[in-house]
Design a protein around this ligand. Sequence first.
Ligand SMILES: Cc1cc2nc3c(=O)[nH]c(=O)nc-3n(C[C@H](O)[C@H](O)[C@H](O)COP(=O)(O)O)c2cc1C
Length: 88
Amino acid sequence: MKTIVAYYSRKGSNKYLAEKISKSLSCEIEEIKPRLDVFILFLMNIHLGIKPLKHNIQEYDRLILFGPIWMGKFIHHCIVSFISISVK
Ligand SMILES: Cc1cc2nc3c(=O)[nH]c(=O)nc-3n(C[C@H](O)[C@H](O)[C@H](O)COP(=O)(O)O)c2cc1C
């Protein structure tokens, strides 16, 4: 089974976990990066989506996704953008 780990991390916790998992599974890793990285705009829900991905996520059988919980929700706009362009 072809697996990829993808993550969004602002302060490094999710990056740390994603790297640990990808190393232990010996699988590819994709960092999800916002086009506009301005924290106050994030909080105001103003964003321009994410930067182009390095991997074609649809080529993988299994996706392991990491991202922070913000205001009680996992679904940060970077994760929403990532899912909308990579998961069909
Ligand atoms: C604006 C903001 C809102 C947050 N809201 C929550 C929350 O509702 N519940 C929670 O458990 N943690 C919350 N956190 C803490 C983050 O989930 C935690 O810092 C996260 O693991 C950071 O991940 P990162 O280091 O990969 O960016 C919040 C952090 C920020 C910056």
